[in-house]
Each structure stands twice: as structure tokens, then as C-alpha cells.
Ligand binder design. Structure first.
Ligand SMILES: Cc1cc2nc3c(=O)[nH]c(=O)nc-3n(C[C@H](O)[C@H](O)[C@H](O)COP(=O)(O)O)c2cc1C
Length: 306
């Protein structure tokens, strides 16, 4: 099918026929994945093809129990991956620089682009696809389940299979609200009303705000994802203030937790002290690292100490 026609007709598919994807098509999908452009040739992504049925079931459970993850012929987990790059540098005797935020930026983009190329190719071949951001619901358990090393982080899943549903393409915002010219144009109240009008068919009851509220307003799904995602980021080495493996949402989160257990926290250059009644625990290094050690000492988690 012609590319523009694929784009005109495409919609996410959430019901699949119990049919496999033949090897030659799978080959095309993985070829497309790897043809995506990538910053500085680095290919800061990996894809994990979840084949084992029990594992697929576990991934589905950790991803909001979405049945289409189980049903789809194939399920790919798109991963931001700077682990391979670090290994490549090490292999030539070089140490990777500290660039956790920029690494995350480009690795997520690389994973997204590669996934989009695969997805579009699948749709052009007549398959249905659905991206799965729900993988962030149980992201910490997913890291354990799939044995993801530091430097590797789930970005999204991608379910691909033979579609068992049809329907019209879903609406999009008016172009003028998305495409700015020369300067960013501020949104007027009428623009926002127009946005809700255009997107109304997205919701069964004709109210797009219900969807936005469910995900993005206070108490919504994204808010629930935030803390586990932050902990996974620091655990996987993408937090500039915390050492790899820390598993705290942020340095602020660590300070907050330390203060729950102590009278006070004192930072000095190269060290942090955690004070309790009658005892104090010292850690060394940058603030996050030092405080984490002090807290672990206070909790008795540091072997050979005191
Ligand atoms: C990053 C990302 C995450 C998504 N996560 C999910 C998901 O967890 N479950 C799901 O059923 N659809 C998911 N979707 C599909 C979107 O809901 C869908 O693309 C959007 O509603 C627009 O509909 P359309 O793709 O049919 O045009 C996701 C899409 C993207 C790009």
C-alpha cells in the first residue's frame, strides 16, 4: 500500500486474530527497525522480543493487564540502551562520560524512532499494531523480570499481529494548534475549545477531557507512574545526582526519606552526615552518593561497618 494511504487509514489495533507473523514478514519488520536514523550512529536502543508465553503473560500483568499484549502474534519491548555503548567503549579501553540526562534523551528518541519504523512497516504490510506505554506501570518489576542491566530502560511495548477489528482513524488536533510558524503561538480560549471539539469523537461519550483527566489530571495514571519511573531511572543509572542502583525517585526523595529516620542531615564538601539521637552516620562522595551511604549505614545495610 502507498505510504500516505497507510497513514490515512492507520489506527491502533487492540484485537488480534490468533495467527502468527510469517518469518519473511518478521524479517521485514526487524529490518525496518534497524533502518531508523540514530544520533551519531550510536543506536542507543535495543528491542526485546518476548516469545515465551509465560513471560508474555507476566509482562501483560505488569503492564496494566492489557489483553492485547497476550493476544498479539508478537510483542516487542523497546528499550533505551546505553549499556551496549558503554561496553563498546570499554572494549577499546575507554570510560564512558557522565551524561545521564542527555543519554536518556537520545536513547528514548532512538528507541521511539526504531519502534515507529517497525510499526509503520507492519501497518504497510497489513498488520495491526499498538504501542504500550503501560509497561511503565510495573517498570521496576519489569527490569528485574527481564534482567535489564544498568543503562537499559523500558520505553514502550509494541504489540503486532493480524488485526481482528476495524474502524475509522481516530481524530487529531487541528493542524494550526500543532504546527507553529516562526514563533510559538500562545493558545487562546477559542483554540482550546476547538481542540476539544475536534477530539470529541476520540471518546465514546464525545468528551475528550474524560481521557485527558484519567491520564493527566491530579490522581490520574501518569501521576501513579511517576515515582516508580523515577526510581527505575536512578536504579538504571539515569539520575545525575544518585549512584547507579540507588532506586530513589530523586535526591530530594532520598533527603526526605533520610529525614524520616534522622534528626538532621548535614552536607559538607565530599561527605554527608546523617544524625540520629546519640549517633551520626557519615558517607563520602557527591551529595547523593554520600547521603545514600550514610542512610544505608544507619539502616545496618552496609557490610563490614562499623
Ligand atoms: C508511547 C505510546 C504509548 C501507548 N500506550 C498504550 C497502551 O498502554 N495501551 C493501549 O491500548 N494503547 C496505547 N497507545 C496507543 C494510543 O492510545 C493511540 O496511539 C492513540 O490513542 C491514538 O490512536 P490511534 O493510534 O488509533 O490513532 C500508546 C501509544 C503510544 C505512542
Amino acid at each position: 500500500m502507498e505510504l500516505l494511504e497507510v497513514l490515512r487509514r492507520r489506527r491502533s489495533v487492540r484485537r488480534f486474530k490468533p495467527l502468527p507473523i510469517p518469518e519473511e514478514d518478521l524479517e521485514k519488520l526487524l529490518f525496518a527497525l534497524q533502518r531508523a536514523p540514530t544520533d551519531a550512529s550510536a543506536q542507543l536502543y535495543s528491542v526485546l522480543r518476548v516469545r515465551d508465553r509465560a513471560l508474555r503473560d507476566a509482562v501483560a500483568r505488569l503492564s496494566g493487564d492489557q489483553e492485547h499484549i497476550r493476544q498479539a502474534a508478537e510483542f516487542f519491548l523497546l528499550l533505551a540502551d546505553v549499556h551496549r555503548l558503554e561496553r563498546l567503549l570499554e572494549h577499546r579501553g575507554q570510560k564512558m562520560a557522565a551524561w545521564p540526562r542527555t543519554a536518556l534523551h537520545f536513547a528514548i528518541l532512538d528507541a521511539g524512532l526504531a519502534g515507529a519504523y517497525l510499526a509503520l512497516t507492519a501497518e504497510a504490510l497489513g498488520y495491526g499494531v499498538c504501542f504500550i506505554g503501560g509497561v511503565l506501570d510495573g517498570v521496576e518489576a519489569l527490569v528485574d523480570l527481564l534482567g535489564l542491566p544498568p543503562g537499559v530502560l523500558p520505553v514502550a511495548g509494541l504489540a503486532v499481529g493480524v488485526p481482528d477489528e476495524e474502524g475509522p482513524p481516530r481524530p487529531r488536533l487541528p493542524r494550526a494548534l500543532v504546527v507553529h510558524e516562526d514563533r510559538y503561538r500562545p493558545y487562546a480560549e477559542e483554540d482550546l475549545e476547538e481542540a476539544y471539539r475536534a477530539m470529541a469523537p476520540y471518546s465514546r461519550v464525545g468528551d475528550w477531557n474524560r481521557v485527558l483527566r484519567l491520564y493527566f489530571a491530579e490522581g490520574g495514571r501518569m501521576e501513579k507512574r511517576e515515582a516508580p519511573y523515577g526510581r527505575a531511572l536512578s536504579r538504571q543509572g539515569f539520575d545525575p545526582d544518585l549512584p547507579r542502583g540507588a532506586g530513589f525517585y530523586s535526591l530530594g526523595g532520598l533527603i526526605g526519606e533520610a529525614l524520616e529516620e534522622a534528626r538532621g542531615v548535614l552536607f559538607r564538601k565530599g561527605e554527608a552526615w546523617l544524625e540520629r539521637e546519640g549517633e551520626a552516620f557519615r558517607g563520602e562522595g557527591r551529595p547523593g552518593e554520600a547521603l545514600l551511604t550514610a542512610l544505608r549505614k544507619a539502616r545496618g545495610e552496609v557490610p563490614d561497618w562499623p
